[in-house]
Design a protein around this ligand. Structure first.
Ligand SMILES: Nc1ncnc2c1ncn2[C@@H]1O[C@H](COP(=O)(O)OP(=O)(O)O)[C@@H](O)[C@H]1O
Ligand SMILES: [Mg+2]
Length: 281
């Protein structure tokens, strides 16, 4: 864990507005190497916007963002191109191109950023699909033919195409049935274990938050209201954080905490999530 203290993302005093609508007001955030970091907050609190700012799809109006040691402010085109190859992104709605097969989608970053020939790109794409638990024949299918869970996996395979150091996930389990969500949960866990990836995810999924996230940041009123493990957050007094634990979803959250405590004393993780663990290899 010697790399754990290294900062991979450093966000300082970021402000963002759309016209008169203020989204971030001097927001600070830090993500450390090798951690699974979750961003939570109400709908419209600016989570996706912040993520887009971290991946150079949008610029804040003020403040600074450093990712993997690079300042994103006025970054030159060639530096931006190099940086984009060091992270992978799984967008909320998959973001796969409907006119390309799954394998072509996964191979796209390789085609764009490497000089590898088609045969090799195909092989790497097939291997990334296998890594996310998809059957080889899925590679020949089109996104519209996939179930929600398969779509998330394919999108994850594409995010992993260039062997990123950093992975961004926007709502990786949203819209999935509990079984598929549990499989994505296991998959993310394995990716971190196998590759030591740093993972930043936006999620409402209490299982992901309690079982997977090392640290969680609560976004509200333009700022990060608190950062910590779910257990730490659950003990904070800040009203914006309390809302998450005491609201209608609070009971579920506390249920999770109880499960977590039980798990620490007795059962393996997959049992504790109440979800089926993925098939043993
Ligand atoms: N491109 C945009 N133009 C205008 N308003 C936007 C744009 N993107 C996001 N917003 C607004 O900014 C706020 C934050 O959006 P978003 O970051 O998507 O929230 P979250 O992901 O937390 O639900 C919302 O009120 C949204 O309507
Ligand atoms: Mg969003």
């Amino acid at each position: 864990m010697n790399a754990a203290s290294q900062t991979v993302i450093e966000i300082s005093k970021v402000s963002t507005r759309f016209g008169d609508h203020v989204v971030h007001t001097g927001l600070d955030l830090e993500v450390r190497s090798g951690e699974i970091f979750a961003l939570i907050g109400g709908s419209g609190s600016g989570k996706s916007t912040l993520l887009r700012e971290m991946i150079l799809l949008q610029r804040p109006d003020a403040g600074s963002i450093r990712v993997l040691g690079v300042d994103l402010h006025e970054i030159a085109d060639d530096a931006a191109l190099a940086l984009r190859q060091r992270w992978g992104v799984m967008f909320q709605h998959g973001g796969l191109f409907g006119s390309l097969t799954v394998k072509e989608n996964v191979g796209l970053p390789l085609r764009e950023h490497t000089g590898l020939d088609d045969v090799l790109i195909d092989e790497i794409a097939a291997w990334k699909l296998a890594m996310t638990g998809l059957q080889p024949e899925v590679g020949a299918q089109y996104p519209s033919e996939l179930s929600g869970g398969m779509m998330k996996r394919a999108s994850l395979a594409r995010a992993l195409a260039l062997d990123p150091e950093l992975l961004f996930l926007d709502e990786p389990t949203a819209g999935l049935d509990p079984d598929s969500a549990g499989e994505v949960d296991q998959l993310v866990r394995r990716l971190r274990e196998l590759f030591g990836l740093t993972i930043v995810m936006i999620t409402h999924d209490l299982d992901l938050l309690w079982q997977l996230a090392d640290r969680v940041a609560v976004l509200a009123e333009g700022k990060v209201q608190g950062v910590g493990s779910m257990t730490e957050l659950s003990q904070m007094d800040n009203p914006a954080i309390r809302k998450f634990f005491d609201g209608p979803r609070g009971r579920a959250a506390q249920e999770q905490e109880r499960k977590q405590e039980q798990q620490q004393t007795q059962v393996p993780t997959s049992e504790a999530t109440g979800r089926p663990s993925s098939k043993p290899k």
